[in-house]
Ligand binder design. Structure first.
Ligand SMILES: Cc1ncc(COP(=O)(O)O)c(C=O)c1O
Length: 505
């Protein structure tokens, strides 16, 4: 980097963007200089043997589902990951259109989240707290999250649990809270869920999801009722099956303690639940005192332009289960936001071991700064060496600026791919930054096989997408530049050309 300003050390180009590598800041370079050539340098620990040799030990080291594959990442910023192909050593600039699966809403290496975590780590603040001991940060994060529900209830209407580690935990806790609240009414013991759903990998989440292998220890309980995926027909009206679901729930409302639903069923080829259905479901749940649970693992914290789906849709659940993007990949954290009526939790639920780690809470606080902006007083207190681009983004939050820009870029990308590959690619699906492209066989039928093929070959061409049943999932971080979209278009076009060859050979 060529410093254009002796006091800050960043160039005009760096300064205009809120995305930059922390090690370009002089204040950080001083700390890094102190560890250079020691075992604390970030390049350590060094491994004996080449990357090919490391990969050859996959079978010895890792269980299924966790073995690293043939692409090796060394660095990255925003939606671009600097990687290499292990077999050839060839460098690979990878456009990450899946926010690394862990849902890095801010992309890789967000400077603000890392800076806040680094500052916290360098202090003598506690890094871990048991649920019995208090500190400032949980109160601050709780208030900030609850503030996002202000428009849906008076003061004290909602409470939050901050002590879950992952999405499956938050789903289980939400179901427990709803079950607990229904305990005084013994007949109210059914749970409604939907075909096409995925709620996580623990046993409870397994029982209430369609997309699960299931069958661990016991078959699912007989009080979980699977309804058809809510849909509209070609004219935009709710289908007969969807109307029948609403009718059935209305008729038997007193039997149900909860309904759990994902607003966007990503594993179901990225299907958006019709808002009209959610509105009417909300009404039924209110009239029959059924707990309405939104599983917001995939959408919350930015992917549909808001922190919660209640803000996106105007429909507020009784419990929102939230995880993933809340830390943008900087540590595990899941939360449950619940109406006060669902506040009671029986032990041992509600406080997972390892959930008291402060770094994910620091990350959640920083992600909120990033998405919504800081308070004016805090913003005033930013150090002078924070580059102007980041300073400006922290003033307003990027949900009002970067989000609409990225959604427009994504619309353009998906539209262009549809133009180029009309016989392969169906109408784009999804909402906001959670999108999907259904891949079709030559006869026009949606194809799991081709979506799987695309997800398999994409890395080789420099783009990362996942399979979502018959669709490829496209769910980028909200920092997406025009040049990254251009590179993604190129890489996806080459991917789809190969998929076409597979289809038509
Ligand atoms: C909608 C939904 N719910 C729950 C989960 C489970 O989250 P976790 O993998 O963090 O347990 C996932 C994970 O992908 C998800 O997509």
């Amino acid at each position: 980097m060529t410093p254009s300003d002796a006091s800050t050390g960043y160039t005009d180009a760096d300064a205009s963007s809120g995305l930059f590598h922390l090690n370009t800041l002089p204040a950080v370079q001083e700390v890094l200089a102190a560890v250079e050539d020691t075992c604390l340098a970030p390049e350590w620990p060094r491994l004996a043997g080449s990357r090919i040799e490391q990969m050859a030990s996959n079978d010895l080291l890792f269980s299924g589902g966790s073995a690293p594959r043939d692409v090796w990442a060394v660095s990255g910023l925003g939606a671009t990951v600097d990687a290499s192909v292990v077999a050839t050593g060839e460098p690979l600039s990878l456009i990450d259109l899946c926010s690394m699966t862990a849902n890095t809403i801010l992309g890789i290496n967000d400077p603000w989240v890392k800076l806040k975590q680094a500052a916290y780590l360098l202090s003598d603040r506690p890094h871990y707290l048991t649920a019995r001991i208090g500190a400032d940060l949980p109160y601050r994060v709780a208030r900030r999250i609850l503030h996002c529900f202000d428009e849906f209830g008076g003061p004290g209407e909602f409470v939050v649990n901050l002590r879950q580690c992952n999405g499956s935990d938050a789903v289980e806790l939400a179901l427990h809270a709803a079950w607990n609240a229904a305990a005084p009414t013994p007949g109210r013991d059914k749970l409604a869920t939907f075909r096409g759903s995925y709620h996580g990998e623990n046993l409870t989440a397994n029982w209430v999801s369609e997309h699960q292998p299931g069958g661990l220890l016991a078959d699912g309980p007989d009080n979980v009722v699977f309804f058809p995926t809510p849909r509209t027909d070609d004219t935009g009206r709710l289908t007969a099956a969807t109307e029948a679901t609403l009718e059935a729930l209305d008729q038997a409302g007193a039997d149900y303690f909860a309904v759990i639903i994902e607003p966007v069923q990503w594993r179901n080829s990225v299907h958006v639940i019709p808002f009209e259905f959610l509105h009417r479901l909300r009404d039924i749940c209110t009239r029959h005192a059924i707990c309405l649970i939104f599983d917001e693992m995939q959408n919350a914290f930015g992917y549909t332009g808001t922190i919660t789906f209640a803000q996106t849709s105007g429909i507020c659940p009784d419990i929102a289960a939230i995880s993933k993007a809340i830390t943008s990949g900087h540590g595990p954290l899941a939360v449950m936001v619940a109406r006060r009526a669902y506040r009671e939790i029986s032990g041992p639920f509600g406080a997972k071991s390892n959930s008291g780690n402060m770094l994910p809470l620091v990350a959640a606080d920083a992600v909120l700064d990033r998405l919504l902006g800081m308070s004016p007083a805090e913003h005033q207190a930013l150090p002078g060496w924070v580059p102007p681009g980041l300073t400006e983004e922290l003033r307003t939050g990027v949900l009002t600026s970067a989000y609409p820009r990225s959604v427009a870029l994504l619309d353009g990308l998906l539209g262009e791919l549809r133009q180029r590959f009309g016989s392969l690619v169906g109408e784009p699906r999804g909402l906001g930054l959670i999108r999907g492209l259904v891949l079709c066989e030559a006869d026009g039928g949606p194809s799991v096989r081709l979506a799987a093929a695309a997800a398999k070959v994409c890395l080789r061409y420099g783009v990362y997408v996942r399979q979502a049943d018959t669709a490829v999932l496209v769910k980028p971080s909200l920092f997406l530049s025009e040049s990254e979209i251009g590179a993604a278009l190129d890489a996806l076009s080459r991917t789809f050309q190969e998929v076409l060859r597979i289809r038509d050979e």
